[in-house]
Design a protein around this ligand. Structure first.
Ligand code: S3P
Length: 438
């Protein structure tokens, strides 16, 4: 991660205008992998040019794909189903999605590869992906302490399995599905609760036989020869998790008026909208008809929010938005309760600890729970600093959004991490009229 190390964000009197958020991170990374093994040249309009997505793309290039950007359009020439063992370890930077999904993809190829990442990624648990892959017959080892990266994969000759996910994780589900492309027979993944589904949708678009029945996903593999994906044109919708910054900023500010065009509105990504609506938020959706992921414009009118409880069934579909929801809770009247979210402890940082620590530092009444937090608002946000992002992009952005409602400027440190998912964040903050010094 590079770039400036701190930002001073001034409060903003009014929130108005329109922001076009960049492409979806989860979809961009999956497209790098799927176009990377396709036959011929694919184009991807709106591929997210953030560090996580570029690290995944670079890994595919190290495996034999060719990639080139022309402004907003990425051209990828795929390997046609053949992959060479990379000479050097593949560096997925900060990206959990990159390392976990690519481990699954490589498990089906007769290659040997080592996958690693930055200091934050090298602290994250990988046993959750190694276990099902080993059950499928791959040789996958975590070389770091406590089942952390680097991961060494020696792939090929996989069996189909039925796997019940011990945790609700789209990354683990997708890892198994990518490996299952090379298995003989039907692989079944059973989720404890619905998680995001870009892998299922992209597989269906590519003609992979995938059947989804509630929490059960079944797919037929192509055997050791693997799939023959034809190159094609793709368009990536705007990232809902990036849009969530502005949704919360505007929804919790009486008098605000904001539009967000071309946002991906897959219902498995938008649980935040349902929770905010329960808090009293006024959000209108203008969904564009068309094939593929639902896309649309969000119109937000700010108002005073009231606290709420997040239901267990909502957690997986707003997992990346929970720090922002805690910020909304700090601005709302009464108690906002987040439980059943222990997975937050193994994200880019321990997001329960980092959110609680930072909210408390600016004067929010907040209590840490083993699996979540209790936030009582409305807070008078003291302009204190410095605030630490803990190297976590979602925490850096959440505190910067909260700064817009503080009593004075807020200094957020260790902000280079924002470039992993949303490099245009600071420009968009300034576009809203916020004074940002970096
Ligand atoms: C992602 C799934 C989620 C999410 C992550 C991206 C994906 O992780 O937190 O930012 O692209 O599949 P888990 O599935 O591990 O919860």
């Amino acid at each position: 991660m590079s770039g400036p190390s701190k930002a001073i964000i001034h409060p903003l009197a009014d929130i108005r205008g329109s922001i076009t958020v960049p492409g979806d991170k989860s979809i961009s990374q999956r497209l790098a992998m799927l176009c990377g093994i396709a036959e011929g040249t694919s184009t991807v309009q709106g591929y997210l040019q953030s560090e996580d997505c570029l690290a995944t793309l670079n890994a595919m290039v190290a495996l034999g794909a060719k990639a080139e950007f022309d402004r907003d359009v990425l051209t990828i020439c795929g390997t046609g189903g053949v992959i060479k063992s990379p000479a050097d370890p593949l560096d997925l930077g900060n990206s959990g999605t990159g390392i976990r999904l690519l481990t699954g993809l490589l498990a089906g190829f007769p290659v040997e590869a080592t996958l690693t990442g930055d200091t934050y990624l090298r602290r994250r648990p990988m046993e959750r992906v190694c276990r099902p892959l080993v059950e499928m017959g791959a040789r996958v080892d975590c070389l770091g302490a406590n089942d952390c990266p680097p991961i060494r994969v020696r792939g090929g000759e996989l069996n189909a399995i039925t796997y019940t996910l011990p945790v609700a994780s789209a990354q683990v589900k997708s890892c198994v599905m990518l490996a299952a492309l090379h298995a003989e027979g039907t692989t079944t993944v059973i989720e404890p609760s619905e998680t995001r589904d870009p892998t299922e949708r992209l597989f269906q678009a590519l003609g992979v036989p995938v059947r989804v029945d509630g929490l059960r996903i079944e797919m037929d593999g192509f055997g050791p020869a693997g799939p023959r994906f034809a190159a094609r044109e793709w368009t990536v919708p705007g990232d809902f998790s990036s849009a969530a910054c502005w949704i919360v900023a505007a929804a919790a500010r009486p008098g605000a008026e904001l539009s967000l065009p071309k946002v991906g509105l897959n219902p498995r990504r938008t649980a935040l909208l349902r929770v905010l609506e329960r808090m009293g938020a006024q959000i209108e959706l203008e969904v564009q008809p068309g094939p593929g992921e639902p896309i649309g414009t969000l119109h937000i009118q700010g108002t005073r929010l009231t606290g709420t409880s997040v239901d267990e069934s909502e957690i997986a579909n707003l997992i990346d938005e929970l720090p922002l929801l805690a910020a909304a809770g700090a601005l709302a009247d009464g108690l906002t309760e987040i439980r059943n979210a222990a997975e937050l402890r193994v994200k880019e940082s321990d997001r329960i600890a980092s959110t609680v620590k930072n909210l408390a530092a600016v004067g929010v009444q907040v209590e840490e729970l083993p699996d979540g937090m209790l936030v009582t608002g409305p807070a008078r946000l003291a302009a204190k600093g410095p605030i630490d992002s803990f190297g976590d992009h979602r925490i850096a952005m959440m505190m910067s959004i909260l700064a817009l409602s503080a009593e004075g400027p807020l200094e957020v440190h260790d902000i280079a991490c924002v470039d992993t998912s949303y490099p245009a964040f600071w420009t968009h903050l300034q576009q809203l009229g916020a004074e940002v010094l970096r």
